[in-house]
Design a binder for this molecule. Structure first.
Ligand SMILES: Nc1nc2c(ncn2[C@@H]2O[C@H](COP(=O)(O)OP(=O)(O)OP(=O)(O)O)[C@@H](O)[C@H]2O)c(=O)[nH]1
Ligand SMILES: [Mg+2]
Length: 357
Protein backbone atom coordinates (compact mmCIF):
# COMPACT_ATOMS: atom_id res chain seq x y z
CA UNK A 1 0.00 0.00 0.00
CA UNK A 2 1.26 3.47 -0.71
CA UNK A 3 2.65 5.36 2.20
CA UNK A 4 -0.04 8.00 2.20
CA UNK A 5 -2.80 5.54 3.02
CA UNK A 6 -0.95 4.41 6.13
CA UNK A 7 -0.24 7.95 7.06
CA UNK A 8 -3.79 9.25 6.71
CA UNK A 9 -4.74 8.90 10.36
CA UNK A 10 -1.46 10.00 11.84
CA UNK A 11 -0.81 13.48 13.07
CA UNK A 12 0.49 15.83 10.43
CA UNK A 13 3.12 18.19 11.67
CA UNK A 14 3.43 21.11 9.31
CA UNK A 15 6.86 22.68 8.92
CA UNK A 16 7.09 26.17 10.27
CA UNK A 17 5.61 28.73 7.92
CA UNK A 18 8.94 30.51 7.71
CA UNK A 19 10.73 27.43 6.39
CA UNK A 20 8.14 26.81 3.71
CA UNK A 21 8.22 30.40 2.58
CA UNK A 22 12.04 30.22 2.41
CA UNK A 23 11.95 27.04 0.33
CA UNK A 24 9.31 28.33 -2.07
CA UNK A 25 11.16 31.65 -2.40
CA UNK A 26 14.39 29.80 -3.18
CA UNK A 27 12.69 27.79 -5.89
CA UNK A 28 10.96 30.81 -7.35
CA UNK A 29 14.29 32.62 -7.40
CA UNK A 30 15.80 29.74 -9.36
CA UNK A 31 12.80 29.55 -11.65
CA UNK A 32 13.05 33.25 -12.48
CA UNK A 33 16.84 33.29 -12.80
CA UNK A 34 16.72 33.40 -16.59
CA UNK A 35 18.01 29.87 -17.00
CA UNK A 36 14.79 28.94 -18.66
CA UNK A 37 12.77 30.64 -21.32
CA UNK A 38 9.20 31.17 -20.24
CA UNK A 39 7.36 33.36 -22.71
CA UNK A 40 6.29 31.74 -26.01
CA UNK A 41 8.84 33.95 -27.82
CA UNK A 42 11.69 32.84 -25.58
CA UNK A 43 10.65 29.23 -25.96
CA UNK A 44 10.66 29.59 -29.72
CA UNK A 45 14.14 31.14 -29.64
CA UNK A 46 15.38 28.36 -27.37
CA UNK A 47 14.00 25.76 -29.75
CA UNK A 48 15.70 27.41 -32.72
CA UNK A 49 19.07 27.79 -30.96
CA UNK A 50 18.92 24.21 -29.77
CA UNK A 51 18.07 22.99 -33.26
CA UNK A 52 20.91 25.02 -34.75
CA UNK A 53 23.34 23.52 -32.21
CA UNK A 54 24.47 26.95 -31.03
CA UNK A 55 26.88 26.22 -28.18
CA UNK A 56 27.48 29.81 -27.25
CA UNK A 57 23.95 30.41 -26.07
CA UNK A 58 22.61 29.44 -22.67
CA UNK A 59 19.28 28.90 -24.36
CA UNK A 60 20.93 26.41 -26.70
CA UNK A 61 21.98 24.16 -23.84
CA UNK A 62 18.88 24.69 -21.79
CA UNK A 63 16.71 24.23 -24.83
CA UNK A 64 18.34 20.88 -25.43
CA UNK A 65 17.91 19.83 -21.82
CA UNK A 66 14.29 20.93 -21.84
CA UNK A 67 13.63 19.13 -25.09
CA UNK A 68 15.62 16.16 -23.84
CA UNK A 69 13.46 15.89 -20.80
CA UNK A 70 10.25 16.69 -22.62
CA UNK A 71 8.71 13.27 -22.13
CA UNK A 72 9.31 13.21 -18.39
CA UNK A 73 8.35 16.86 -18.09
CA UNK A 74 5.15 16.75 -20.08
CA UNK A 75 4.04 13.76 -18.10
CA UNK A 76 4.58 15.48 -14.77
CA UNK A 77 3.38 18.93 -15.82
CA UNK A 78 0.12 17.74 -17.29
CA UNK A 79 -0.50 15.58 -14.33
CA UNK A 80 0.11 18.15 -11.65
CA UNK A 81 -2.15 20.73 -13.29
CA UNK A 82 -4.78 18.14 -14.02
CA UNK A 83 -4.44 16.61 -10.56
CA UNK A 84 -5.33 19.89 -8.97
CA UNK A 85 -8.49 20.34 -10.96
CA UNK A 86 -9.60 16.74 -10.49
CA UNK A 87 -8.97 16.28 -6.75
CA UNK A 88 -10.77 18.20 -4.06
CA UNK A 89 -8.88 16.74 -1.12
CA UNK A 90 -5.13 17.29 -0.73
CA UNK A 91 -4.72 13.77 0.70
CA UNK A 92 -6.18 12.17 -2.43
CA UNK A 93 -4.11 14.43 -4.61
CA UNK A 94 -0.84 13.48 -2.89
CA UNK A 95 -1.74 9.83 -3.01
CA UNK A 96 -2.31 10.04 -6.74
CA UNK A 97 0.85 12.09 -7.21
CA UNK A 98 2.87 9.47 -5.37
CA UNK A 99 1.62 6.76 -7.71
CA UNK A 100 2.46 8.89 -10.73
CA UNK A 101 5.94 9.70 -9.46
CA UNK A 102 6.56 6.00 -9.09
CA UNK A 103 5.42 5.45 -12.69
CA UNK A 104 7.79 8.18 -13.87
CA UNK A 105 10.59 6.01 -12.50
CA UNK A 106 11.59 8.10 -9.55
CA UNK A 107 11.41 4.85 -7.58
CA UNK A 108 9.13 3.78 -4.76
CA UNK A 109 11.48 4.74 -1.93
CA UNK A 110 12.23 8.19 -3.30
CA UNK A 111 8.64 8.92 -4.31
CA UNK A 112 7.52 7.96 -0.83
CA UNK A 113 10.09 10.25 0.73
CA UNK A 114 9.08 13.13 -1.53
CA UNK A 115 5.39 12.75 -0.72
CA UNK A 116 6.09 12.35 2.97
CA UNK A 117 7.92 15.66 2.97
CA UNK A 118 5.30 17.35 0.79
CA UNK A 119 2.46 16.23 3.02
CA UNK A 120 4.08 18.08 5.91
CA UNK A 121 3.61 21.26 3.93
CA UNK A 122 0.27 20.41 2.43
CA UNK A 123 -1.69 22.96 4.46
CA UNK A 124 0.31 25.69 2.75
CA UNK A 125 -0.32 24.46 -0.76
CA UNK A 126 -3.41 25.83 -2.43
CA UNK A 127 -2.72 25.70 -6.15
CA UNK A 128 -0.82 23.69 -8.77
CA UNK A 129 2.02 26.22 -9.00
CA UNK A 130 2.67 26.05 -5.28
CA UNK A 131 2.67 22.28 -5.45
CA UNK A 132 5.18 22.33 -8.30
CA UNK A 133 7.40 24.78 -6.42
CA UNK A 134 7.30 22.64 -3.29
CA UNK A 135 8.04 19.49 -5.28
CA UNK A 136 10.99 21.16 -7.00
CA UNK A 137 12.33 22.28 -3.65
CA UNK A 138 12.11 18.72 -2.33
CA UNK A 139 13.91 17.33 -5.38
CA UNK A 140 16.70 19.88 -5.02
CA UNK A 141 17.04 18.90 -1.37
CA UNK A 142 17.38 15.22 -2.33
CA UNK A 143 20.33 16.12 -4.55
CA UNK A 144 21.93 18.21 -1.86
CA UNK A 145 25.66 17.76 -2.07
CA UNK A 146 25.35 15.31 -4.92
CA UNK A 147 25.56 17.65 -7.88
CA UNK A 148 28.59 18.18 -10.10
CA UNK A 149 31.73 19.16 -8.26
CA UNK A 150 34.15 21.32 -10.16
CA UNK A 151 37.68 19.99 -10.19
CA UNK A 152 39.84 22.81 -8.93
CA UNK A 153 43.00 21.00 -7.93
CA UNK A 154 43.51 18.62 -10.83
CA UNK A 155 46.66 16.53 -10.69
CA UNK A 156 48.64 16.37 -13.87
CA UNK A 157 48.02 14.07 -15.60
CA UNK A 158 44.53 13.66 -14.17
CA UNK A 159 43.36 10.14 -14.90
CA UNK A 160 39.68 9.46 -15.54
CA UNK A 161 38.60 5.85 -16.00
CA UNK A 162 35.21 5.45 -17.69
CA UNK A 163 33.20 2.30 -16.96
CA UNK A 164 29.71 0.90 -17.57
CA UNK A 165 27.90 -1.99 -19.23
CA UNK A 166 27.86 -2.27 -23.01
CA UNK A 167 26.07 0.30 -25.09
CA UNK A 168 25.43 2.84 -22.33
CA UNK A 169 27.49 5.53 -24.07
CA UNK A 170 31.02 5.31 -22.58
CA UNK A 171 32.90 5.97 -25.81
CA UNK A 172 30.55 8.78 -26.87
CA UNK A 173 30.85 10.38 -23.43
CA UNK A 174 34.65 10.24 -23.63
CA UNK A 175 34.46 12.02 -26.99
CA UNK A 176 32.28 14.72 -25.47
CA UNK A 177 34.44 15.06 -22.34
CA UNK A 178 37.60 15.22 -24.43
CA UNK A 179 36.09 17.98 -26.58
CA UNK A 180 35.07 19.89 -23.46
CA UNK A 181 38.55 19.57 -21.93
CA UNK A 182 40.12 20.55 -25.26
CA UNK A 183 37.93 23.66 -25.39
CA UNK A 184 39.28 24.55 -21.94
CA UNK A 185 42.78 24.38 -23.50
CA UNK A 186 43.71 21.18 -21.69
CA UNK A 187 46.04 18.68 -23.34
CA UNK A 188 44.01 15.50 -23.68
CA UNK A 189 44.99 11.88 -24.18
CA UNK A 190 42.53 9.05 -24.73
CA UNK A 191 43.37 5.43 -23.87
CA UNK A 192 41.69 2.76 -25.98
CA UNK A 193 41.48 0.13 -23.24
CA UNK A 194 38.40 -1.51 -24.78
CA UNK A 195 40.32 -4.02 -26.86
CA UNK A 196 37.64 -6.69 -26.93
CA UNK A 197 35.06 -5.36 -29.34
CA UNK A 198 36.11 -5.16 -32.97
CA UNK A 199 35.83 -1.56 -34.19
CA UNK A 200 35.87 -0.14 -30.66
CA UNK A 201 39.30 1.39 -31.21
CA UNK A 202 38.27 2.85 -34.57
CA UNK A 203 35.16 4.39 -33.02
CA UNK A 204 37.27 5.95 -30.29
CA UNK A 205 39.83 7.21 -32.82
CA UNK A 206 37.05 9.07 -34.66
CA UNK A 207 35.94 10.75 -31.44
CA UNK A 208 39.57 11.58 -30.56
CA UNK A 209 40.01 13.25 -33.93
CA UNK A 210 36.78 15.26 -33.53
CA UNK A 211 37.93 16.37 -30.10
CA UNK A 212 41.47 17.04 -31.30
CA UNK A 213 42.92 14.65 -28.71
CA UNK A 214 45.75 12.12 -28.93
CA UNK A 215 45.01 8.43 -28.56
CA UNK A 216 47.02 5.48 -27.22
CA UNK A 217 45.96 2.18 -28.76
CA UNK A 218 47.20 -1.37 -29.12
CA UNK A 219 46.08 -4.10 -31.50
CA UNK A 220 42.66 -5.83 -31.10
CA UNK A 221 42.48 -8.22 -28.16
CA UNK A 222 45.57 -6.73 -26.51
CA UNK A 223 45.66 -6.64 -22.72
CA UNK A 224 43.54 -3.60 -21.72
CA UNK A 225 45.59 -3.16 -18.54
CA UNK A 226 48.73 -2.78 -20.66
CA UNK A 227 47.02 -0.09 -22.79
CA UNK A 228 46.01 1.80 -19.65
CA UNK A 229 49.54 1.53 -18.23
CA UNK A 230 51.13 2.73 -21.48
CA UNK A 231 48.70 5.63 -21.77
CA UNK A 232 49.73 6.95 -18.36
CA UNK A 233 53.38 6.64 -19.26
CA UNK A 234 52.73 8.51 -22.52
CA UNK A 235 50.64 11.18 -20.81
CA UNK A 236 53.41 11.82 -18.27
CA UNK A 237 56.11 11.93 -20.96
CA UNK A 238 54.05 14.21 -23.23
CA UNK A 239 52.91 16.59 -20.49
CA UNK A 240 49.20 15.86 -20.89
CA UNK A 241 46.71 17.40 -18.48
CA UNK A 242 44.02 14.76 -18.58
CA UNK A 243 43.63 11.13 -19.67
CA UNK A 244 40.29 9.44 -20.41
CA UNK A 245 40.46 5.65 -20.28
CA UNK A 246 37.78 3.89 -22.34
CA UNK A 247 36.90 0.39 -21.16
CA UNK A 248 34.84 -2.54 -22.43
CA UNK A 249 31.24 -3.01 -21.36
CA UNK A 250 31.14 -6.71 -22.12
CA UNK A 251 33.87 -9.31 -22.40
CA UNK A 252 34.20 -12.83 -23.70
CA UNK A 253 31.98 -14.98 -21.56
CA UNK A 254 34.83 -16.51 -19.59
CA UNK A 255 36.30 -13.21 -18.51
CA UNK A 256 34.75 -11.44 -15.55
CA UNK A 257 34.21 -7.77 -16.36
CA UNK A 258 34.64 -6.51 -12.80
CA UNK A 259 37.89 -8.46 -12.34
CA UNK A 260 39.23 -7.09 -15.64
CA UNK A 261 38.33 -3.53 -14.65
CA UNK A 262 40.02 -3.98 -11.29
CA UNK A 263 43.13 -5.18 -13.12
CA UNK A 264 43.12 -2.05 -15.32
CA UNK A 265 42.78 0.08 -12.22
CA UNK A 266 45.71 -1.67 -10.53
CA UNK A 267 47.89 -1.31 -13.63
CA UNK A 268 47.38 2.47 -13.61
CA UNK A 269 48.16 2.70 -9.89
CA UNK A 270 51.52 1.05 -10.59
CA UNK A 271 52.48 4.11 -12.60
CA UNK A 272 50.74 6.81 -10.51
CA UNK A 273 49.78 5.52 -7.04
CA UNK A 274 46.54 7.51 -6.67
CA UNK A 275 45.38 6.88 -10.27
CA UNK A 276 42.71 6.68 -11.50
CA UNK A 277 41.74 9.97 -9.86
CA UNK A 278 38.18 9.55 -11.03
CA UNK A 279 36.08 6.54 -11.96
CA UNK A 280 33.07 7.70 -13.94
CA UNK A 281 30.23 5.24 -14.25
CA UNK A 282 28.11 5.74 -17.35
CA UNK A 283 24.45 4.76 -17.04
CA UNK A 284 21.75 4.77 -19.71
CA UNK A 285 18.66 6.63 -18.46
CA UNK A 286 16.36 4.62 -20.72
CA UNK A 287 17.09 1.50 -18.67
CA UNK A 288 15.24 2.99 -15.70
CA UNK A 289 15.59 1.09 -12.44
CA UNK A 290 18.11 -1.26 -14.03
CA UNK A 291 20.57 1.65 -14.05
CA UNK A 292 20.27 1.78 -10.28
CA UNK A 293 21.28 -1.86 -9.85
CA UNK A 294 24.22 -1.38 -12.23
CA UNK A 295 25.31 1.62 -10.20
CA UNK A 296 25.26 -0.45 -7.03
CA UNK A 297 27.26 -3.27 -8.64
CA UNK A 298 30.01 -1.05 -10.12
CA UNK A 299 30.24 1.02 -6.98
CA UNK A 300 30.77 -2.04 -4.81
CA UNK A 301 33.48 -3.46 -7.08
CA UNK A 302 35.38 -0.36 -8.11
CA UNK A 303 34.37 2.58 -5.95
CA UNK A 304 32.72 4.98 -8.39
CA UNK A 305 33.51 8.70 -7.93
CA UNK A 306 30.88 10.10 -10.27
CA UNK A 307 28.01 9.18 -12.54
CA UNK A 308 27.24 10.18 -16.10
CA UNK A 309 23.63 9.62 -17.08
CA UNK A 310 23.21 9.38 -20.85
CA UNK A 311 20.27 9.34 -23.26
CA UNK A 312 18.10 11.62 -21.16
CA UNK A 313 16.90 13.00 -24.49
CA UNK A 314 15.20 9.78 -25.42
CA UNK A 315 13.33 8.75 -22.33
CA UNK A 316 10.36 9.35 -20.11
CA UNK A 317 12.38 7.83 -17.30
CA UNK A 318 14.42 10.88 -16.29
CA UNK A 319 13.18 10.41 -12.74
CA UNK A 320 15.78 7.70 -12.28
CA UNK A 321 18.34 10.45 -11.66
CA UNK A 322 16.62 11.39 -8.44
CA UNK A 323 16.54 7.81 -7.34
CA UNK A 324 20.23 7.14 -8.06
CA UNK A 325 21.43 10.26 -6.28
CA UNK A 326 19.33 9.78 -3.23
CA UNK A 327 20.18 6.09 -2.91
CA UNK A 328 23.91 6.05 -3.63
CA UNK A 329 26.29 8.50 -2.12
CA UNK A 330 27.84 9.29 -5.50
CA UNK A 331 27.49 12.61 -7.32
CA UNK A 332 25.85 12.80 -10.71
CA UNK A 333 28.41 14.78 -12.67
CA UNK A 334 27.19 14.91 -16.24
CA UNK A 335 24.09 14.21 -18.25
CA UNK A 336 24.02 13.24 -21.91
CA UNK A 337 21.18 14.76 -23.90
CA UNK A 338 22.01 13.69 -27.45
CA UNK A 339 24.53 12.03 -29.71
CA UNK A 340 26.49 15.11 -30.74
CA UNK A 341 29.77 16.27 -29.29
CA UNK A 342 28.20 19.22 -27.49
CA UNK A 343 25.35 17.18 -25.97
CA UNK A 344 26.88 16.79 -22.54
CA UNK A 345 26.07 19.03 -19.62
CA UNK A 346 27.42 19.39 -16.13
CA UNK A 347 24.62 18.32 -13.86
CA UNK A 348 22.98 21.03 -11.83
CA UNK A 349 20.16 19.86 -9.50
CA UNK A 350 18.35 23.20 -9.56
CA UNK A 351 18.35 23.40 -13.34
CA UNK A 352 17.30 19.80 -13.58
CA UNK A 353 14.37 20.17 -11.19
CA UNK A 354 13.34 23.29 -13.02
CA UNK A 355 13.46 21.59 -16.40
CA UNK A 356 11.35 18.72 -15.07
CA UNK A 357 8.18 20.71 -14.42
N1 LIG B 1 20.32 9.84 -27.78
C1 LIG B 1 21.49 9.64 -27.19
N2 LIG B 1 22.28 8.67 -27.62
C2 LIG B 1 23.47 8.49 -27.01
C3 LIG B 1 23.89 9.30 -25.92
N3 LIG B 1 25.11 8.86 -25.53
C4 LIG B 1 25.42 7.83 -26.35
N4 LIG B 1 24.45 7.59 -27.24
C5 LIG B 1 24.38 6.55 -28.29
O1 LIG B 1 24.42 5.26 -27.68
C6 LIG B 1 25.06 4.33 -28.54
C7 LIG B 1 26.15 3.59 -27.78
O2 LIG B 1 27.16 4.50 -27.45
P1 LIG B 1 28.67 4.09 -27.19
O3 LIG B 1 29.38 5.33 -26.80
O4 LIG B 1 29.23 3.30 -28.29
O5 LIG B 1 28.47 3.15 -25.94
P2 LIG B 1 29.58 2.30 -25.15
O6 LIG B 1 29.20 2.30 -23.71
O7 LIG B 1 30.93 2.79 -25.48
O8 LIG B 1 29.33 0.85 -25.76
P3 LIG B 1 30.33 -0.42 -25.74
O9 LIG B 1 31.68 0.08 -26.15
O10 LIG B 1 29.73 -1.37 -26.71
O11 LIG B 1 30.31 -0.97 -24.36
C8 LIG B 1 25.56 5.14 -29.72
O12 LIG B 1 24.67 4.98 -30.78
C9 LIG B 1 25.55 6.57 -29.22
O13 LIG B 1 25.39 7.51 -30.25
C10 LIG B 1 22.99 10.35 -25.46
O14 LIG B 1 23.24 11.09 -24.51
N5 LIG B 1 21.82 10.47 -26.14
MG1 LIG C 1 32.60 1.86 -26.24
Amino acid sequence: MVWFKRKKNEDKKALSEQKIIETINRVEEIASSAYFPDTPDEKETAKKTAASGDKSSKNGLVGRLRMGLSKTREFLTTDIDELFSSHKKMEDLLEELEERLITSDIGVQTATRLIQNLSKKSSKISDADQLKAALKAEIILLFNGHGAVSEKSLKKPHIVMVVGVNGVGKTTTIGKLAAKAGAEKKKVLIAAADTFRAAAVEQLAIWAERANAEIVKHRDNADPAAVAYDSIEAATARGKDIVFVDTAGRLHTKVNLMEELKKIKRAMAKKIPDAPHEILLVLDATTGQNALSQAKMFNESLGVTGIVLTKLDGTAKGGIVVSICSTLNVPLKYIGVGENIEDLQEFDPARFADALF
